[in-house]
Design a protein around this ligand. Structure first.
Ligand SMILES: CC(C)(COP(=O)(O)OP(=O)(O)OC[C@H]1O[C@@H](n2cnc3c(N)ncnc32)[C@H](O)[C@@H]1OP(=O)(O)O)[C@@H](O)C(=O)NCCC(=O)NCCS
Length: 303
């Protein structure tokens, strides 16, 4: 489709493959599948879910929220929820939202989902973006802590001056859909790759470092660093700045590409499957995304 090579893609991004949905499959479908898997593992039925926070930049529609479509299909009668738009930081932001409702005692079973069908907004004639993004979703269930394993702290930051570096210009109230917006390819992802790259490396490390230090930890205490999977070079540079060894970092971008809100829960799943997450492990999540949005979370793995 574009002038590129497997060699270029792998060397510059670390990506070997991406997954693209079939026609008619939307973010809600991936979200329901991920949510059902997570609920099954915990032995929880959909009807027990009290709230759903769903991170996505590719909702099925502008409204209703994809969280509502998911609630219905899960049979989560009585649950409430909404979508969170924070691009690649969406999952960590949704995780905090869900956690706060559990910590405050308001809810006991909350679903947090990251789901994106990036193929629906990618221009497959733009080699700078089409080789990076893929479709994917992941979900976690948040329940009250029964021991010392809990979400320790988080650090979130947005810098709206970076909005021009990564966006989808049309389809919202500023540029409603017209023939012209379609002709000008304004419904696709537009990205200044280098600007995003530089910001991501700096902020992912900075936010993680601040979070560790203010909680009295250093890099050697981290059992697993779970970074947003945007580019292997961004992950490795951030890890190096933090002083982390390779065995402390989970990388699965080779398998999925950048699935936006899906990357961190997918990476957690890869880590579990590889036996790299044990009860009590100190886990550091970090993401940078369009906005710019920055998020880092420090937690002790609970199961
Ligand atoms: C997009 C990205 C992979 C490009 O890699 P890069 O090393 O920065 O590449 P550059 O943009 O400097 O381009 C270098 C050259 O490769 C070319 N190139 C870009 N994409 C290419 C592709 N898929 N195949 C072959 N060549 C490509 C460019 O045209 C440029 O050619 P030129 O030197 O003749 O002008 C990289 O900038 C990146 O990952 N940025 C962050 C993206 C991101 O994380 N987005 C999500 C935010 S969470």
């Amino acid at each position: 489709m574009v002038e590129t090579s497997d060699k270029w893609i792998f060397e510059r991004t670390g990506i070997r493959q991406r997954h693209i949905v079939d026609k008619g499959v939307a973010a809600s479908h991936l979200a329901v599948e991920a949510a059902n898997k997570a609920l099954r593992e915990r032995g929880i039925s959909g009807s027990e879910v009290e709230a759903i926070f769903l991170a996505t930049v590719t909702p099925d529609m502008m409204f209703p929220a994809t969280a509502c479509l998911v609630q219905d299909r899960l049979g989560a009668k009585g649950a409430w929820g909404y979508d969170i738009s924070a691009a690649c930081s969406g999952f960590v932001y949704a995780l905090q939202t869900g956690t706060k409702f559990v910590e405050s005692g308001v809810h006991k079973k909350v679903l947090v989902i990251g789901s994106d069908v990036m193929s629906s907004i990618i221009d497959y004639t733009d080699r700078a973006t089409c080789v990076i993004f893929g479709d994917g979703a992941g979900a976690v269930v948040i329940e009250p802590a029964t021991d010392d394993n809990y979400l320790i702290d988080f650090l979130h930051e947005v810098d709206g001056s970076g909005g021009c570096s990564l966006n989808m210009p049309a389809g919202g109230s500023l540029n409603p859909s017209t023939h012209e917006t379609v002709d000008k390819k304004m419904h696709y992802v537009h990205q200044d790759g280098q600007a995003v790259f530089k910001y991501a490396v700096r902020k992912m490390a900075e936010a993680s470092d601040t979070l560790l230090k203010r909680n009295g930890f250093s890099a050697k205490d981290v059992a697993l660093f779970v970074p947003h999977q945007a580019n292997k070079r961004i992950i490795c540079s951030s890890a190096e700045r933090l002083g982390l060894r390779d065995d402390q970092v989970i990388i699965n971008i080779d398998e999925y590409g950048n699935t936006t809100a899906g990357t961190i829960p997918l990476a957690l799943d890869s880590a579990r499957q590889q036996g790299r997450l044990k009860k009590g492990d100190l886990v550091l999540l970090a993401a940078v995304g369009a906005g710019f949005t920055v998020g880092a979370t420090l937690l002790r793995w609970a199961c």
